[in-house]
Design a protein around this ligand. Structure first.
Ligand SMILES: [Fe+2]
Length: 292
């Protein structure tokens, strides 16, 4: 038993209104509710996938990974406790806010709150309609997308997510930061999405470098590139990644965390074997609007 997929993300941000414009008005998510500075966004049939809360932190606040059922949650709780992790059972009020049947929470080795849950709310009776006309997002068994976790000690974090939560290695990219400086990026999967979580010892001021959303059509990415190009927030050109073959570009959220907006990634299956790469992109993903 291990986690099934990345089910939701929650951000604590200084400018909730700017995030509403970013996620709904630019990336085409559907706003599912806005109450007292808390905004919820949909990407599919789930009641919500991304939450944005008023906070001075301006960072990712929590990640929610899905397990299959109550038995799965109990097994993961036991595994975490045996590994010495302090686990908080989710109370009824928190479960209600998240729209899940039950959940637990704990922190990863570098202070990111992780929630495991089962029983998310589906709202097929209220069809997903993108604010900007995005044709849809790749979710389902692959979850909402991926995140790149930035930590001081990548190996310690890698051990936590693989040995306890059950993620498996997809590949490693040795990122060149200087003539004699390479940093390994570890890409991990928990379903057929090539990576749900990447871990790197990259010095960024946020808990993650970016989160990735995958659209159903190449044109969805192109239209978003045009919409965001007018705002001076795009940080890379269009490109294609070496490992998951994602066609994508990167853009800044109002909190500085980046969004990778992509299409067409390849998936992994039981025949997958770990590989390594010397660079992150086959072509493109060139820096835009920032010093290299
Ligand atoms: Fe990415």
């Amino acid at each position: 038993m291990s986690v099934k997929n990345l089910g939701y993300l929650g951000f604590g941000v200084k400018d909730v209104q700017a995030w509403r414009t970013c996620l709904a008005g630019k990336f085409g998510l559907m706003e599912a509710g806005y109450i007292d500075g808390n905004a919820l966004f949909r990407m599919d049939s789930r009641a919500w996938r991304i939450a944005v809360h008023q906070s001075e932190d301006d960072d990712l606040a929590y990640t929610g990974y899905e397990v299959a059922n109550a038995e799965g949650l109990a097994q993961m709780t036991e595994r975490l406790r045996q590994a010495g992790v302090t686990v908080s059972p989710g109370d009824a009020a928190l479960a209600k806010r998240r729209g899940v049947i039950d959940l637990i929470s704990f922190v990863d080795p570098f202070g990111l709150t992780v929630e495991l849950y089962y029983g998310a709310t589906e709202v097929f009776e209220q069809p997903f309609v993108s604010t900007t006309g995005v044709s849809g997002f790749v979710t389902g068994n692959q979850g909402l997308g991926h995140i790149v976790r930035c930590v001081p000690d990548a190996l310690k974090t890698l051990e936590f997510y693989t040995k306890i939560l059950g993620f498996e290695m997809s590949d490693i990219v040795d990122l060149t930061l200087g003539p004699d400086m390479k940093i390994p990026l570890y890409f991990l999967h928990c379903n057929e999405r090539h990576h749900t979580l990447a871990i790197a010892a990259i010095p960024v001021p946020k808990k993650i470098h970016h989160f990735m959303l995958e659209t159903l059509s190449m044109d969805d990415v192109g239209f978003a590139y045009d919409r965001l190009g007018l705002d001076n927030v795009i940080t890379t050109t269009l490109g294609k990644h070496t490992n998951d073959h994602m066609f994508s570009f990167y853009s800044k959220t109002p909190s500085g965390i980046e969004v990778e907006f992509g299409w067409g990634a390849r998936t992994v299956d039981d025949t997958w074997a770990v590989t390594r790469h010397n660079t992150v992109s086959i072509w493109g993903h060139k820096p835009v609007g920032r010093a290299e």
